[in-house]
Ligand binder design. Sequence first.
Ligand SMILES: C[S@@+](CC[C@H](N)C(=O)[O-])C[C@H]1O[C@@H](n2cnc3c(N)ncnc32)[C@H](O)[C@@H]1O
Length: 236
Amino acid sequence: MTSISRRGVSWSLPGSRIPSDQPLQLDVFTLVPHAFAWLTEQRPVAAVLGDELDLRLFSYRDSTPLRGGQVDDEPYGGGAGMVLRVDVVAAALDAAYGGDPGRKVVALTPKGRPLDQRVVEELAAEPRLALLSARYEGFDERVVTHLATDAVSIGPYVLSNGDLPAMVLVDAIARRLPGALAEGSGELESFSEELGGGLEYPHYTRPAEFRGWTVPEVLLSGDHGRIERWRREHVR
Ligand SMILES: C[S@@+](CC[C@H](N)C(=O)[O-])C[C@H]1O[C@@H](n2cnc3c(N)ncnc32)[C@H](O)[C@@H]1O
């Protein structure tokens, strides 16, 4: 298991119970823990690692009960592709938690409930979370029905693996943690309660005119009341 903090990558003991004033413990089970390195160097994740987010990466191969690091097998009934085995995922969860995971375990699958900002807020409010990523043909269905407690899809399309969906969720959750964003910018965002779930008003910056394309005059006026009204009118 790899635990990532702002001080770099270190090893730490899994399975400890966490009081509520502790960082959100977000565990990702994957075949490619190293793929998450880039994400952890970028804001907002980099900004909250340690104080607000304890991100731990578990490789299915580290705990697989099968020889040679095997994690997948042919589908019963035949057909193309390989399936991530239920015993392999169970062994990874047992190695991490030694029994009851004591957290929501979210399988990333195209068949899951659609991800939206409401689901992000719900997951970001959890004290501990585990995300299960698959690849190949996906999970043995018993992972979803017996090991996971939730299933999330990031959209109605099929990606090659669950690592990009896991990164999408990690990023979206990290944005909701204290200190992730400049003050105020997290409240007035598309889909936020503050904007009634709507899409944010347009932004402009210098130059005020480019190729004849101008910035709305009100934004240059310095009149904060008018600017506020204009912005409210342009939430879609
Ligand atoms: C190639 S996909 C498997 C697709 C599966 N055979 C199907 O037709 O639904 C491999 C894995 O990528 C992940 N994945 C792919 N698309 C996803 C999506 N839209 N949302 C969440 N996870 C996804 C899941 O972990 C999935 O098990």
